[in-house]
Design a protein around this ligand. Structure first.
Ligand code: BYC
Ligand code: FE
Ligand code: FE
Length: 474
């Protein structure tokens, strides 16, 4: 079904035919706009931004580009087209028709999954709200705002499901989405990563590379759901997600590129010298990777999880690309993982595979994370630089799962708490690192100009040149 832009709430779900639902969402809409104006991008609400807006849910040609003031962005409700005769692809109900309504017995579990997903979307907008004031270029500023408005739309996607399928409880949950705030001491966002401040652009690129990619994997898992409206919603959200990760991968790539150019010019890899010349030294980039990757791993939940086994068995949530696996029951196979033995060593534990769904999803995620790392390393290799980036071990700095609060080095070797503290500055960004990176964050808003710590992008947006004026400041 095509998207109706004549409506107050653009949609392709025939909202017009359900007046109650339409009224309920129209009641929520001004609250969302108030939230956006108060906690969305600071200082740029009146700027004209070159944004893409979804105009169809086809994989090709689904977006159109034009200048929009962010509060006027047409946030709407877009579900991928229904797949005829779709059946459940895994778990105990495998092969049965998917559900168009929520089965009573799964109501609270499903609501909780949708709320957890939905909560991350406005959280990220809140986390990123001050980045515009310190943008490295208009091109980057536009990308930030594109990501922000789409995360706003992802909130709409989950709020639609809550309103349409969860009655009064759902409407209450939708309100709560605008009351919890990232980093709020009394009323924080649900998952811890979404309370971490993002106040420099290196962190923003790390977040869009690592954390938005968790989004990709969680959305892929939910796209497998037996609850068909959730599946269709997530399938379309994934179309938008690709750009967020592109911003992260190319953003980090451009930082690395700039540093490499400086290293060649100065014929030095001395971090202090490079910092005096205004670029971000490679070990600092590595420490940011260590921080954000380990933080993102926690978003997959515990490796051994009865919740996850339950979601899988009941058909609520599968694995990403479930069809690519041979076994869709996971009751007859086993899965081995490594855990601390409590004596400073490591031991193997074998569990029924269904209990290890979170682990499998996380492994698929980590593999996907490697792709960018390889690309950044190619830049180093081509420049004849010996340094190589590496993802830290999945045991490193965990707060969830079997390795929670077990100190290890970045290779995953258990170490004492004292040694961890002694080497903290080798593993993770120090206060000095953060202060240095922050000191570079001076706004650059002349069309085509880039901050000195980042290389220009290879190309512009929608075939426009890099020098294009992507944001018209007021
Ligand atoms: N923090 O069985 P377990 C995105 C809790 S990002 C705090 O291991 P489960 C985006 C858990 O709730 C994608 N608590 O967990 C990115 C449970 O509590 P109870 C977001 C945590 O349920 C960038 C207990 O620990 N989407 O879209 O298998 C920008 C034991 O849990 C955490 C989703 O998350 C944590 N990290 O899995 C914008 C998808 N981990 O029951 C957007 C929906 C676990 O003991 N969520 N706990 O009280 C889920 O599927 C699951 O809730 C999780 C956890 C994967 C998060
Ligand atoms: Fe999102
Ligand atoms: Fe995203």
């Amino acid at each position: 079904m095509s998207i109706d832009y004549q409506e107050r709430i653009p949609n392709n779900v025939d909202l017009n035919s359900d007046r109650r639902l339409q009224r309920a969402l129209e009641h929520w809409q001004p609250k969302f706009i108030d939230w956006w104006k108060e906690l969305g991008p600071e200082s740029f609400q009146a700027a004209d931004v070159f944004l893409r807006t979804a105009v169809s849910v086809d994989a090709q040609g689904w977006a159109s580009y034009g200048f929009v003031k962010m509060p006027d962005y047409r946030w709407g409700i877009f579900l991928a087209d229904r797949v005829a005769d779709r059946t459940i692809g895994f778990g105990d109900e495998m092969g049965k028709p998917v559900w168009q309504e929520v089965p009573g017995e799964y109501r609270s579990t499903l609501r909780r999954l949708i709320v957890t997903q939905g909560d991350t979307e406005p959280a990220s907008v809140e986390q990123q709200r001050r980045l515009g004031l310190i943008c490295p270029s208009l091109y980057d500023l536009r990308n930030l705002f594109q990501v922000n408005v789409e995360e706003g739309r992802h909130l709409w996607a989950m709020v639609y499901l809550l309103h349409a399928y969860f009655g009064r409880d759902g409407r209450e949950e939708a309100e709560e989405m605008l009351y919890r705030h990232a980093g709020d001491a009394n009323n924080p966002r649900i998952l811890s990563t979404f309370n971490e401040p993002i106040d420099d652009w290196l962190s923003f690129f790390m977040f869009t590379y690592f954390t938005d990619r968790d989004g990709k994997y969680q959305l892929k898992s939910l796209a497998e759901s037996a609850f068909d409206p959730l599946s269709r919603t997530c399938t379309f959200m994934l179309t938008e997600e690709a750009h967020h990760m592109f911003v992260g991968e190319t953003g980090i790539g451009r930082v690395v590129q700039r540093t490499v150019e400086k290293m060649q010019e100065l014929k030095s890899d001395d971090p202090a010298l490079l910092r005096r010349h205004g670029v971000i030294d490679l070990p600092t980039v590595q420490r940011y990777i260590n921080f954000w990757f380990s933080s993102a791993l926690d978003l997959f939940g515990a490796e051994i999880s009865s919740n996850a086994a339950n979601y899988f068995g009941t058909g609520l949530k599968g694995r990403p690309d479930e069809a690519s696996y041979a076994d869709h029951s996971l009751l007859a196979t086993e899965h081995t993982l490594y855990r601390p033995d409590g004596k400073g060593g490591v031991e193997a534990e074998t569990v029924v595979a269904r209990s290890a769904v979170n682990h499998m999803t996380r492994d698929a995620y980590a593999k996907d994370c490697e792709i960018g790392v390889k690309r950044w390393n190619r830049t180093l290799e081509k420049a004849g630089i010996d340094f190589r980036f590496q993802l830290p071990s999945d045991r490193f700095r965990r707060t969830i799962g079997v390795w929670a609060n077990v100190p290890t080095d970045t290779q995953g070797n258990p170490i004492s708490a004292a040694e961890f503290e002694r080497r903290r500055g080798e593993f993770l960004p120090s206060a000095e690192d953060r202060a240095y990176v922050k000191s570079l964050m001076q706004p650059v808003t002349e069309p085509g100009k880039m901050a000195a710590w980042i290389a220009p992008p290879a190309r512009g947006i929608d075939n426009k040149p890099v020098e294009y004026e992507y944001v018209h400041l007021q």
